[in-house]
Write a protein that binds this ligand. Structure first.
Ligand code: NDP
Length: 270
């Protein structure tokens, strides 16, 4: 029987993770199968348990379950422990290892694939959910001059500011608080684009922005990316590169083999 992996989330139909991991497996000659699981919003724990009982070896966890996955893990990598959010689970005997590869994937996509160094940049991170939480430390480790965290519910952004305050220069607030400020890099880590929605943003936010980045990926630019471009952002990018890079990190955790990402990004873009 092939080793079995899957991505779990709600919604899940849009996910490209099965395609990506199948391509990694072919490229590295690993014998495995990879599927997608739609878990009920109140049924994450049961869905994971049932997958484990059937012999599943690991899961990628996506919206909105990353915080629940953190609670479920019996052991955590250091980066998952600091992020307090988990996007990768590995099952070994009775142990559930939780890791977070989102931040490594995002940083690699921005710096290596898009060629934009984060050091000394003013960065605005929109959102305060599991995805945002997972990328804060890796972003701060690239030494931006400022990391602003903006969220619809500002209390959640403030809580993240407190959580990571010892790691760098962080401010927080709602979106309107940052009207009139300049940012080199603006990252949308809200789930608004998943629902074809646009957060209520100040129109002047993008005037000096080198890169507007949406973690969501889609064939057409998301409403956020269209808004950013129309209002001055020099370059826009969706989260396809991040998705492939974070998947490569998960694959490495599970299989001990690091796949090449560039051909898989190219395959998905075509
Ligand atoms: P969560 O459900 O944990 O968090 C959702 C966040 O989005 C909250 O901060 C919420 O604000 C905010 N939000 C939702 N709707 C709106 C709206 N209409 N306007 C403003 N803010 C809104 O989701 P995740 O953090 O797990 O995922 C966020 C996104 O990142 C998803 O689109 C996901 O697909 C994407 N992602 C992409 C990855 C990639 O590899 N490319 C990896 C990880 C995530 P509030 O607190 O006020 O409710």
């Amino acid at each position: 029987m092939l080793d079995s992996y899957a991505v779990i989330g709600n919604p899940i139909a849009h996910s490209k993770s099965p395609q990506i991991h199948t391509a990694f497996a072919q490229q590295t000659h690993q014998a495995l199968q990879y599927g997608a699981i739609l878990a009920p919003l109140d049924g994450f724990r049961n869905a994971v348990e049932s997958f484990r009982q059937q012999g599943g070896k690991g899961l990628n966890v996506t919206v909105p379950f990353k915080l629940e996955a953190y609670q479920l893990a019996t052991r955590l990598t250091e980066r998952a422990s600091i992020a307090q959010a988990v996007n990768t689970l590995k099952f070994e005997n009775d142990e559930i290892l939780g890791d977070n590869t989102d931040g490594a994937g995002l940083v690699r996509d921005i710096e290596c694939n898009l060629g934009i160094p984060i050091a000394d940049k003013r960065v605005l991170l929109m959102g305060a959910g599991g995805a945002a939480q997972g990328v804060i430390l890796p972003l701060l480790q690239r030494h931006p001059s400022l990391l602003a965290i903006a969220n619809r519910t500002p209390q959640k952004a403030q809580a993240l500011q407190q959580q990571f305050i010892t790691y760098g220069n962080i401010v927080s607030g709602d979106f309107m608080r940052f009207s009139g400020e300049n940012f080199d890099l603006i990252i949308n880590a809200t789930s608004a684009s998943l629902h074809d929605a646009l957060p209520e943003l100040p129109i002047d936010l993008f005037a000096h922005t080198t890169l507007a980045y949406d973690m969501m990926y889609s064939h057409e630019p998301t409403r956020f990316l269209q808004f950013a471009q129309k209002n001055g952002a020099h370059q826009i990018a969706d989260g396809l590169g991040m998705l492939v890079e974070q998947a490569a990190e998960s694959f490495f955790l599970w299989r001990g083999v690091r796949p090449q990402t560039k051909p898989v990004i190219a395959m998905l873009k075509s």
